[in-house]
Design a protein around this ligand. Sequence first.
Ligand code: UDP
Length: 393
Amino acid sequence: MALNDKNYDYLVVGAGPFGAIFAYEAAKRGKRSLIIEKRSHLAGNMYTHTESGITVHDFGAHIFHTDNKEVWDYIRQFADFNGYQNQVVANYKGELYNLPFNMNTFYEMWGTKTPAEAKAKIDEQKSAALADLGDREPRNLEEQAISLIGTDIYQKLIKGYTEKQWGRKATELPAFIIKRLPVRFIYDNNYFNHRYQGIPVGGYTQIFEKMLNDNPLIDVKLNEDFFTHKDEYLAEFPRVLYTGMIDQFFDYKHGELEYRSLRFEHETIDSDNYQGNSVINYTDAETPFTRVMEWRHFDGLADEGKTIITREYPQDWDRSKEAYYPVNDEKNTNLYKEYAKEARTHKDQIIFGGRLGQYRYYDMDQVFNAALNEVRQEFDIDQDFNFAHDEEH
Ligand code: UDP
C-alpha cells in the first residue's frame, strides 16, 4: 500500500471539472479521494489567474452558458457570476462582421434589412451551390454551413476559420460542429442561445480551490502523471475516475484517436483598450491565429493603463501536447467505440469522464451535468442537487 496510503475510496485522475465535482460530492458523502493531476495547477483548461488586476483565462475564453438550471445553481455555489454576454466580432481581411450569424451580419454582408430579404438571399445561394442536396441531410460541415447561411458567409466567415481551427477541409468535418453556432433572423449578437450566461467574478480557479482545498477527505497531488505508476494505482485503488485520454489509458491498442491542440500567446500592452471587444475572430485562412481575446473586456476589471491580450493558434496534436478538442468525425467516432467497449469491461473499477475520457466535444455545462449524473449514479441519488447559496461566499 504505497500509493493508497490513506485508505482512499477513490483515485481521481485529473483535476478538471469532472474530477473536481466528483471528489467534492464524494467527500460530502463521507468518501475519501486522492486526485492526481499531471499539470501544475487545478482546474484543467478552466484555469484562470489574475495579473495587473485582469483575470486571464490561460487556456482560452471560458464563458459559462447553459439552459440547465441545476448546473447553473450548482456552479454559483462557488462564485458570483457577472452578467457577461459574449458578442464576437469577425475580421475578414479588414472587413468587420457581427457574429453569430444574425440580421446584423446579413446587413453587413448584403445590405438586407428584413428577415424575408435575408432568407431569400440565403436560399438563392444555397440552391446555386448545393443543387444536388435535395431533401438529403448535409453530409459535412461545408454543406451544412452553406445550407444554413449561404456561400458568401461560408466563404468569408467559416471556411478559413474552420479549416485552420481543425487542420482539415470543411468537406471532411462533421456537420454538427457548425450547428454549435446560432443562426438568427433577429438583430441579436449574443453568441449563445442559452438562458444563463456569465463568468465568475475573479475567475474559475477559485471554484476548484473551494471544492478541493482544505477538505479533510480530499488530497490533491499536482505534477503527478498517472501513467508513471498506472499498474500500482490500479492495483491499489478500489475505484478510479479517469478523465484523461481514453486511448492513452488503453495504451493506444486500437490506434490513436485524433485531437486538435492549441497554443496561446499572451501579451501585456500599455493601453486601456486594445481592440474594443472581448473576442475578435480572424476568419481568413492566412492569419495564423483564429482569435484574439482581450481579457479586461470580459469583466471590466483591470489596472489603469494595462491590458492583456491572448492570441489563440490552432495546432496539430501529438503526444507531447495538450489535447483540447476531440475530432468527432466518422473514423475517430468508430475508433472511440472500440475503446468505449473496452472501458465497459472495466466498469466495476473505472469510470471514464470528461471531454477526453468520453471523447466528446463537451462544453463546460455539459461536463458539469455529466459529472453530477455520474455522482447520482455512483451514490444512488434519484433527486436533483439542492443548493443554499447565500451563506457560502
Ligand atoms: N466557426 C467559424 N467561424 C467563426 C467561429 C466559429 O466558422 O468565426 C466555426 C468553426 O468551425 C468552429 C465552430 O464554428 O470550430 C464552433 O465554434 P465555437 O466558437 O463554438 O468553438 P469553440 O469556442 O469551442 O472553439
